[in-house]
Each structure stands twice: as structure tokens, then as C-alpha cells.
Write a protein that binds this ligand. Structure first.
Ligand code: FAD
Length: 402
């Protein structure tokens, strides 16, 4: 098979990329490993999606349906139930019920999303009973399969998925005894703390972690302790919760295993490093969505997907794209995306601070912007006008406390 732009992943990023590439008049193929497109949106039945992009508050499946409808208006070859196994020199190998296929392309948009940190990665001492799930798995159980994971649950990690699942479990009749967070501040958006915990009187235990899990076959007890500044448990602060379910919401990791051996990764996000037009260190490989950086909002994922799709199409048509100028993280910057600036398009910076900061000045090139109440859990999204970036052959983003 042969195509011009091959999009890998049919979530918001992949669908946005495919639509924008098709608008450029090239042949577009989208590969999705699940039976339908939509990605993580399909299981997020709460509202809070689309305020920026569709100017309306939608649920995840509604947002996905809107994109699918637009996708259907273009002549795009959407292939579901097809898993990409290898990417090599503008060729990909896919596996589906029809067997193994090789597809040749002029450019690729890599939009495989993110995965959750598993229990094994947390290295919690104790038994290994059933009843320990990641938040995304619990979400799929309840929202897609109509099954409850247990009766009494504790949540480890106050990331957005964990907070949303605390509310969802409560609404479904599960007793949620608390959310445990090792940092001294919550990991999720402030609106989710209010709407998912405070509104339901679910306690949030900050500067705390799970130090032991107990249970023969099914989970019976979880021991939680306070931690010091180095995250070491403080002896004597242990508290035991009798629960049959432990839900892990310890963060998302961009899925990059298909590209990590030949493309540069963004050390601050763990994702594929890309420029503001989505181009990676390999000129024919573009990236978008959670496989480049874990975004707060799907609207940004779609917008950046469209950008990557458009420029992947221009590359496929043989247009010469501008040189990329590196963008480095400076003071107080924990996550930074994109990692290069190309004059072919405007620059939007997506960044997270390394600690809570009350008032700060964000500096890049000749641009300065005062920001207040910055939290590591909330992404800072900022458009930087091109005139402030002229004359630089290297840029740095720093967030200075004032
Ligand atoms: C629980 C939860 C709640 C959220 N709440 C909100 C909210 O309220 N508001 C909001 O704006 N945003 C929210 N978000 C964020 C938003 O949903 C995501 O940022 C966005 O949907 C991610 O899109 P994506 O395309 O990057 O990734 P995904 O949706 O993960 O899509 C990636 C796709 O790639 C496919 N894929 C992966 N590997 C392969 C392969 N090898 N071959 C073929 N296909 C592959 C996957 O099957 C998947 O369909 C939430 C996210 C989660 C998880």
C-alpha cells in the first residue's frame, strides 16, 4: 500500500491531523488499533470537553463524534482494528485480522496518545491481591462495560483521571474513602478538586502515600503514611483503610516505543520532541497530542493535531520547511513543549512549572508575560507573537518568581 500522509492513532490528535492533511489535497490514511476512532474520549462520559474548539461544553464521546463527522466529510482512508508494530524509513508494518501489511508513505503523523503508570512502577510493598486497578481501567469498566470494580475504594494520586473516577465511583454507589497524594498540593485541575472531591466530601490526604497493600486473594487493607520532603514515609503516621479496591492515578506517560530508537524525545515530557509545526528530529516524522506531551485539554490536542497534519501534508507535497530553532527549558520549567520553533507558523508554548508559584514572569526571546497562581498541575498555554522571536538562533523559556 502507498499513501502520502499516514496518521498513526485515531484519537483527537490523529483525527485533527488527518482532517488538516486532507484539506491540503493529499492522500491520507489513518490507522487505529481499536475498533473505532475517538481514543480516550470514548470512555470519558463526563462533560468538560470542547469549550475552546467547539465553543460548547461536550462529553468526551460527543466531542469524538463531532470530529468523526468532520473526518467523514473528507476522502480519508480510516483503517480500524489495525495496530502499527514497526516504523522504519517512511514504511510502517501493521497487524490486523487480515494479516500483516506494509504501508509506504511520504510523511507520518505519530499520534498514539499516552498510557497510565502501572502498579509495578510504583514499587509498593505488601501482597499482590486482586482489586488494584489504574484509573483508566476503572473508567473503562464503569463507563464502557457497565461493571463496578468493588465496594469501598481508596485512590492513590490526585491526577485528573483519579479525581474524575472518585466522583464517578461515588455516583455509582462505591464508597470512596479518600484520595492520597504524595505532593503537598493536588495533581489535578482546581476545577476537578472542587467538582469531584469537595462537592462529594471525599477527603484529600496531601503529603501522603501508600506504604503497604494487604490481602490474600482480594485487597483487604491499604496502609497510608505521611511523607517528608524527600517523600520518605514518616514512621508513626500510618493509617489503615479497609478497602477492597485501590485505584491508581499516578500519571500518564506518552507512548513513544515505536519511535524512541530513532527520534529525539522531549526530556521534559517523555514524549516525542516536536517543533511548533509538529515536526520531529526526523524530517518526515510529525507528532501530535499526548504522545508528545500530556495535555490538560483535548481542544489543544486537536489544534496541535491539525497543525501537525497540515505540515506533514506540505512536507509530503515537497514543500521546503524552515530551519528549526531549539527551545530549551529554563528556571522553574518542568515540562516544555514544543522543543523547536519554525518560522512557518506561530508559536504556542505549553509548559508546566516545577513548583507552585504565586507571581512569576515568563520570558522567551524578547517576550515577557506576568502570570499569577501557577500550579504544576495546570498547564500554562501562551501564544508568543513572532516579532518577539526574531534574531534568535536559540530560545529559552524561563519562569522567574517576582
Ligand atoms: C480520564 C480523562 C479525563 C479527561 N478529561 C478531560 C476534560 O474534562 N476536558 C478536556 O478537554 N480533556 C480531558 N482529558 C484529556 C483529553 O481527553 C486527552 O488529552 C485527548 O483526548 C488525548 O488525545 P490523543 O489523540 O493525544 O490520545 P488518545 O485519545 O489516547 O488517542 C490515541 C489513539 O492512538 C491509538 N494507538 C495507540 N497506539 C497505536 C498503534 N500502535 N497503532 C494504531 N493505533 C494506536 C489508540 O488506540 C488511541 O485511539 C481527559 C483525559 C482523560 C484520560
Amino acid at each position: 500500500m502507498r499513501t502520502d500522509v499516514l496518521v498513526i492513532g485515531g484519537g483527537a490528535a490523529g483525527m485533527g491531523a488527518a482532517i488538516a492533511a486532507a484539506k491540503e489535497g493529499v492522500k491520507v490514511t489513518l490507522l487505529e488499533r481499536e475498533e473505532k476512532t475517538g481514543g480516550i474520549l470514548n470512555q470519558c462520559i463526563h462533560n468538560g470537553f470542547g469549550l475552546h474548539y467547539f465553543k460548547e461544553e461536550l462529553t468526551g464521546p460527543e466531542y469524538a463524534e463531532r470530529l468523526k463527522k468532520i473526518l467523514g466529510e473528507y476522502d480519508i482512508d480510516v483503517v480500524t482494528d489495525s495496530v502499527v508494530k514497526v516504523i522504519k524509513n517512511k514504511k510502517v508494518v501493521t497487524v490486523s485480522c487480515d494479516g500483516v501489511k506494509e504501508i509506504e508513505t511520504s510523511s507520518i503523523v505519530f499520534a498514539t496518545g499516552a498510557r497510565e503508570k502501572p502498579f509495578g512502577a510504583l514499587m509498593i510493598p505488601g501482597d499482590r491481591p486482586s482489586g488494584i486497578f489504574t484509573a483508566g481501567v476503572v473508567q473503562k469498566f464503569i463507563n464502557i462495560e457497565n461493571r463496578l470494580p468493588g465496594k469501598r475504594a481508596l485512590i492513590l494520586g490526585s491526577g485528573d483521571i483519579g479525581l474524575i473516577m472518585a466522583r464517578r465511583l461515588t455516583l455509582e454507589g462505591v464508597e470512596v474513602v479518600g484520595v492520597v497524594e504524595r505532593m503537598p498540593y493536588p495533581g489535578g485541575l482546581a476545577r476537578n478538586i472542587r467538582q469531584c472531591l469537595e462537592d462529594f466530601d471525599i477527603p484529600l490526604y496531601l503529603s501522603s502515600t501508600v506504604v503497604e497493600v494487604r490481602g490474600k486473594e482480594r485487597l483487604e487493607k491499604v496502609v497510608v503514611a505521611k511523607v517528608d520532603e524527600a517523600f520518605n514515609p514518616i514512621p508513626g503516621t500510618e493509617k489503615t483503610f479497609k478497602v477492597d479496591t485501590l485505584v491508581l492515578s499516578a500519571g500518564l506517560l506518552p507512548m513513544v516505543s515505536l519511535v524512541s530508537d530513532f527520534a529525539t524525545l522531549n526530556g521534559t515530557s517523555g514524549g516525542l520532541a516536536t517543533s511548533n509545526i509538529g515536526q520531529s528530529s526526523v524530517e518526515w516524522l510529525f507528532g501530535a497530542g499526548n504522545s508528545t506531551v500530556v495535555y490538560d485539554l483535548v481542544d489543544y490536542v486537536t489544534i496541535e493535531g491539525e497543525r501537525a497534519g497540515k505540515f506533514a501534508a506540505l512536507y509530503a507535497k515537497g514543500e521546503k520547511l524552515s530551519e528549526k530553532i531549539p527551545i530549551e527549558p529554563g528556571e522553574n520549567v518542568r515540562v516544555l513543549h514544543p522543543r523547536w520553533y519554525s518560522k512557518d507558523d506561530g508559536l504556542t508554548i505549553y509548559t508546566r512549572v516545577s513548583k507552585p508559584i504565586e507571581k512569576a514572569k515568563l520570558v522567551i526571546g524578547n517576550y515577557e508575560r506576568t502570570l499569577t497562581n501557577l500550579m504544576p498541575s495546570e498547564m500554562v498555554v501562551l501564544k508568543v507573537p513572532a516579532r518577539y522571536l526574531e534574531g534568535f538562533n536559540k530560545l529559552e523559556v524561563s519562569i522567574k518568581e517576582v
